[in-house]
Design a binder for this molecule. Structure first.
Ligand SMILES: [Zn+2]
Length: 236
């Protein structure tokens, strides 16, 4: 100490400090003061007190010179007590604003920690899954689930899903080629019927035609044509 602003005297309390303070620890005769400083007990410290102006309420208060020096060095504000320090830290946000900020924070948090959260949830599910209890729970939702599956948009989705599922089951890595072939076939059949295509290519009743041609060539049975039975005519 040395300057005029250093004052030793009674501890001045700001009016904001309405909270009760713990009774001071007074060491007994011949007892050393407690080594840990637990609150504003200047009467137990040997450090000089400095008068400061509270940033919140504007009143003066006396604080330890070392603390004041440290705060001024780093440009930190000074307050008369905990209450004023707390008031100074208030952001005056509405509950709605806080909720919105928390919501956005949560979205970002979940995005950043997605893998960890998923692993944790999967682990929890594995640990706590009870098939019997789950079956009972599922049964409760059965009627609603049936209604859900009956919706046209779901049926459309399921159709596409099943198509892909079957293609993968039957053709493995070539499932896309299979689906493409199927699409081409359906498109061709949409433009012309199977009958028209076969008629155009001369492959209509191909199997029957081949069978008849084979029988004509290899059968010993006489062929009866529109002119009558040739073999019988020859015999006459
Ligand atoms: Zn104050």
């Amino acid at each position: 100490m040395g300057r005029g602003d250093v004052q030793e005297g009674p501890h001045h309390l700001c009016r904001w400090e309405s909270y009760p303070t713990a009774p001071p620890i007074v060491p007994g005769p011949g007892e050393a003061p407690p080594s840990i400083w637990v609150g504003p007990k200047p009467e137990l410290t040997t450090m000089a007190l400095v008068e400061i102006k509270c940033e919140t309420c504007g009143r003066t208060a006396f604080k330890q010179k070392g603390s004041v020096n440290r705060a001024r060095k780093i440009g930190a504000p000074l307050y008369c007590g905990r209450a004023c320090a707390g008031i100074a830290r208030r952001r005056f946000k509405t509950p709605e604003q806080k909720k919105e900020e928390k919501r956005l924070y949560d979205i970002e948090y979940r995005r950043r920690n997605r893998d960890r959260i998923r692993a944790k949830k999967a682990e929890y599910f594995k640990r706590t899954y009870d098939p019997a209890a789950a079956a009972v729970e599922r049964k409760k939702r059965m009627a609603r689930h049936v209604e859900y599956c009956r919706r046209p948009e779901y049926r459309q989705y399921k159709k596409a899903y099943d198509r892909q599922y079957r293609a993968k089951r039957f053709y493995g890595g070539l499932w896309e080629a299979y689906l493409l072939t199927l699409d081409i076939r359906n498109e061709v059949l949409r433009q012309r019927t199977d009958y028209e295509i076969r008629l155009e290519n001369g492959t209509l009743n191909k199997r029957s035609q081949r069978r008849r041609a084979y029988e004509r060539t290899h059968s010993k049975k006489p062929e009866i044509g529109p002119m009558g039975d040739i073999t019988r005519g020859q015999r006459r």
